[in-house]
Ligand binder design. Sequence first.
Ligand code: MEV
Length: 305
Amino acid sequence: MRAASAPGKAILLGEHFVVHGTGAILCAIGRRVRVTCSPLGGGAVRVRSAYGDGVAAASEAISSVPAHHRPVVQVAREAGGGLDVSVESDVPAGVGLGSSSACCVAAAGAILGGAAPGAPAAIAAALRAERTVFAAASGADTAACAAGGVISFSGGSHEACEAPARASLVVASTGRAHTTADVVASVRRRAESDAAAFGALRERVAGLVGDARAALRSGDLVALGRHMAENQECLARIGVSDAGIDRLVRAASAPSYGAKLTGAGRGGCVIALVDESNSARTLDAVRGAGAEAFESVMGARGLGA
Ligand code: MEV
């Protein structure tokens, strides 16, 4: 039996706009997906996960495999099929924390080997798998889940960012799941229908991502939080925030260094940048606003055992 695990992720700045060519800054969070695999006679792929237990025959077209198991089947077929694969996760699903990307990365590590953080072959295989369910994926999420730590992603590649060890994130869920592909498609329609306004916001976010990189380097959490809050304004302008997100952002903003949605939005989660001086107050504030919340390290280890 072979096994690998990969962390979920949060996007500190740049979601959506990264699909349209800006950079983004992401970190791995302290929740993981673990994949184990063992040989299975014949060419079929069996997948067991929280979504159920399914078998994809070797002759079945990848597009007709149920979406929740399709990426794992894709990775297994790249290894020749004939595998029994189990997926276990403590990353909340469908709320912007990279549960699907982490699954793709852990599956690539377990099935194809090379389970080293940032292994290019694992990242490429994970992205091919993710694109079987979300064709427009930028690759930022799979890169973050594979590399771990905090990364700067741009133009399909990434580099590690320095990040202050004392920083952490409060992650608060709206309790509503979203489908990333649908939200990304609606942003594309908006970008096409009002190219000038979208282009101006994209330039603003590109600037914020650069400023945030500098704030990370100098360990300036006040500045980083301010850039995250400005990024939230841009996300609201493209229609991916909503009343539930706004409520949690408002609750988290005063006690934390800055708060914003993370991932696709329209439901999902809010993140707030904190350290030991304000994490407890921020958790209290978002729980008081009705959210389930937890604190996470900002930059967990990436793909590994
Ligand atoms: C989703 O976690 C992040 C998006 O920017 C999509 C992507 O980058 O592929 C919305």
